[in-house]
Each structure stands twice: as C-alpha cells, then as structure tokens.
Design a protein around this ligand. Structure first.
Ligand code: SAJ
Length: 438
C-alpha cells in the first residue's frame, strides 16, 4: 500500500504538486496567484468560458489582482484556467472557492458547493487533498464534502485528505491580501491538518491550525457575525441618540478615544455586501436545526435591515421641514455601492433606499462614480447621472448613501439645498445646504 501522505507531503514541499482551484472569483483568483507564486502548478477552473479565456491571455478581471502580476505566471506555465474538470484529474490538491449565497427564503444556497463536491468526487484519487474555502455553516465539510469523496472506497487521513480553510479576502483592501493574512485551517484528521498546512505554508504569512473543520468553519462565522452584530448595535445607538437629541457620531468618536476595550463601528444606511449580511444567517439557520435561536444574529439582522426605511423616513421628515411632500419631490442618491470606493452593489442598502423612495412617489435618480448602472426590481435598470451643479441644484433632497472618496463634499453642500447624510461624510465640510445627519 503506497504511503499517500508521504507522497503528497513530498510533492507539496518540493512544489512539484499540481493545485486546482474551483471558482476563479474574488477568492479563487487571488489564491491561485499566490499558489502559483509559491511555485505550484495551478489550474483554475471556472464555469464561465470568457473568464477562462481572459485568464489564459494573462488578463485579470479582479481589481485586487493586476494583469502585470498575473501575466508572467500564465506565461511561465504556473497558472492556467479551464472549464473542464478533466484538467484537474491529476491534481494533488483542490481548493473549492465557490459562492455560498442565500436563497430568497434566507436559507443557505449550497448548490454551488454540492455541484463542486460532486465533480471532485468524480475525479477523486488516492493522495488527493480537498480544501473547502467557501464560507458556510459548521458541519458542511464533514457532512457535504467528505461523504462524497469517501464514496470511492477511500479512507480519509490515509489516502484522501479533507480540510476547511475560511477565505479572508477583503476586496479593495490596500493593506491585506492572501499573502499577508493569516490562514486558519482545520482538518478531518491530524494528517489532513498536516497536509493542508503544508499546502498553504509557502503561499501565506502564517497558518493557524484549529482542531476540526467545524472549528475552522465557525472561526469565519464568528469574524463576520462580530461585525454584523456590532454594526447592528451602533445602528440602534443611532436610533437612540436621535430620540435623545445626541449626536451619535460625536459619541462614537469620543468613545473611540478609549485606548482599550472598545472598537468603533459606525451607523449607516444598512448592511451590504456578500459577506456580512449573509454569513451570520448561515449560522442562525444551522442553530435553528439544532433547536437554538441565535438571538443576537436575528436581532442585528432585524435592526440592520430596517435602516433603509429609517433613512427614507429621515428624507420624508427633512422635506417636510421644507414644507414639501416626499411624493413628487426630486431626490438624488449619492452612492449605490455597498461601501465606499468600490463598485460592488450586492445587497447594497442603496438599492432598497432607491426603490423605497420611488414607492413613496419621489422622482429618484442616482450618481455613483464607481457604478454606471444598477438593476432594480422588475428587470428595470437605472443609470448613474453625471454629478453636475445643475443636477444637485435641481434636487429637493440629496441623500449621501455611500461616502465615496471621489466626492467633493464642499461642492455638494454648496450646490444642494438639502442633504441627508447617512455616513457623516460632510462633518468636515461646509456649504449653504441644510444638512440632516443619521
Ligand atoms: N458597515 C457599517 N458600519 C461599519 C462597518 C461597515 O454600516 O462600522 C457596513 C458597510 O457600509 C457595508 C457592510 O456594513 O455595507 C459591510 O461592510 P464591511 O466593512 O464588513 O465590508 P465587507 O462586507 O467587504 O466585509 C469584508 C469581510 N471580509 C471577509 O469576509 C473576508 C470582513 O470580514 C472584513 O472585516 C471587512 O471586509 C473589512 O474589514 O473591510
């Protein structure tokens, strides 16, 4: 019986291993690049032929991966892309980096993970290491991935190795990337932990091992639930400060002067992105199946999802102060992306605010320097309008929903007559506009 663990260890340590990455998105592509830079031969699989063709031309479509960085790796043969799982048949290790969204019913959509797991099971062979990176509920690796691989009569920890390692990619982060963000890993057996640690060691600054795949799955959920719950707390602080007539932004800034035991979060128009609004609901869903209610997660989600309605109420009240009804008013939204200086509108609260304003009868338009157009409900689309003095002056109310750095807030306050600022973006700026802050 060959010693598959020793064979795999040698291939990984000598960098002669072939590594497959399933899903060449904002997680898979940066990981593929770091594995290729570490010396592995990397094959990235994606279902979109255009992406595969673009990658094989050495062209990047992910802002965090430059073409200048990608092209040499493709030219040297260390990185190539494919749409066929046949090209992964001789892989020594495979990382699964596919989406884990929510269904409309707010339940986990595991279809991408299951499709990938079934495909890997078809090509699974003795000596293969399989790592799930997609954010998911504790138990997924052991309950969804592992059984599919063992169907080949393999023994985990002896001739197949299975692990979980949460992705920690923060798109647009200028400081942290795959190479300098510690990588948490958990394996089904100690041998699996050794193999996954050996795989990642040359590609990342630090490997952090935990005792099980469930612990590794839970690490990621703690990280993002921590954010969602603290954002929910500070959003409720904003609602309470409004009732108290206290400036929540001043309170947070002063609290942040405490050098220990405090971490500032900031109120906003709601919770956007493909991580923070979604990951905690994977955890609460799993716990419901275990007859436990994750109260903090549910309460934070309730508060965060009602923030767009609160913003629309602020607009309505601000217009009312001017003797105007929201119905028929011109309202200009500044920023549709879910956070500043990015172009991603997934789960963006700006979309909710836009449509809620429309439902109230307002004449709504938006500007976002990073988002040329957005898709609205009912297959409608809206285009970003040029940020002109005329457009600003023509609005009965301008709502700052995303505080992009590209905006000239002095000019906005000079040109607009009424501004609802949901991000405290105008705190250091002045103009003739009346400003209402969250
Ligand atoms: N938000 C607030 N108040 C805050 C912080 C964020 O309202 O104090 C809002 C943002 O506007 C956005 C949403 O919450 O709509 C999520 O913002 P985020 O800063 O958490 O950014 P994300 O969604 O890009 O989160 C990612 C996550 N990275 C991974 O999952 C690997 C998260 O773990 C990172 O901590 C986060 O980036 C980051 O720190 O930038």
């Amino acid at each position: 019986m060959p010693d598959y663990k020793q064979q795999l260890r040698e291939r990984l340590q000598s960098r002669t291993a072939k590594v497959g990455i399933i899903g060449m998105g904002y997680v898979g592509l940066p990981l593929a690049v770091e594995f290729a830079k570490a010396g592995y031969k990397v094959v990235g699989l994606d279902v979109l032929p255009d992406k595969v063709d673009q990658l094989n031309r050495g062209e990047s479509y992910i802002p965090d991966v430059s073409t200048a960085e990608l092209a040499p790796l493709v030219a040297s043969g260390h990185l190539r892309a494919t749409t066929s799982y046949d090209d992964l048949r001789d892989a020594d290790a495979i990382s699964i980096c596919v989406p884990t969204p929510l269904r409309k019913t707010k339940d986990p959509d595991m279809s991408y993970v299951i499709t990938a797991a079934d495909a890997v099971a078809e090509i699974c062979h003795p000596g293969l290491l399989v790592v799930l990176e997609s954010t998911t509920y504790p138990g997924t690796t052991d309950e969804v991935i592992l059984p599919r691989l063992l169907g080949n009569g393999l023994t985990v920890g002896e001739d197949v190795f299975v692990a979980f390692s949460p992705e920690r990619v923060d798109p647009g982060n200028p400081t942290y990337g795959v190479h300098n963000t510690p990588k948490v890993v958990g394996g089904v057996t100690p041998a699996c932990v050794e193999m996954v640690s050996t795989l990642y060691a040359p590609a990342v600054s630090q490997v952090v091992t935990v005792s099980s795949t469930a612990a590794a799955e839970m690490v990621k959920l703690l990280e993002n639930t921590f954010r969602a719950v603290n954002i929910g707390l500070v959003n409720e602080m904003a609602l309470m400060c409004a009732r108290l007539g206290v400036d929540v932004w001043e309170v947070i800034e002063a609290a942040a002067s405490k050098p220990f035991g405090f971490m500032p979060f900031y109120p906003g128009p709601g919770l956007g992105g493909h991580c923070i609004p979604i990951d905690p609901l994977y955890l609460s869903w799993k716990l419901r199946a275990l007859n436990y209610t994750a109260r903090f997660i549910d309460l934070a989600s309730e508060i965060n999802t009602q923030m767009p309605y609160y913003v629309v109420d602020l607009v309505m009240e601000a217009l009312n102060e001017d003797g105007k009804a929201l119905k028929g008013a011109k309202v200009g939204v500044l920023g549709m992306a879910y956070k500043k200086d990015i172009d991603d509108v997934r789960e963006s609260p700006a979309l909710d605010i836009y449509e809620l304003l429309e439902e109230k009868g307002a004449e709504v338009s938006f500007n976002d320097p990073h988002v040329p157009s957005v898709r609205l409900s009912g297959e409608r689309t809206a285009q970003s309008v040029p940020l002109s003095a005329e457009w600003l002056a023509a609005q009965d109310c301008v709502v700052i929903v995303t505080n992009h750095s590209a905006y000239d807030y002095d000019d906005i306050l000079q040109r607009a007559r009424l501004v609802v600022d949901t991000r405290n973006a105008t705190r250091d700026h002045a103009g003739s506009a009346r400003v209402v802050r969250l």
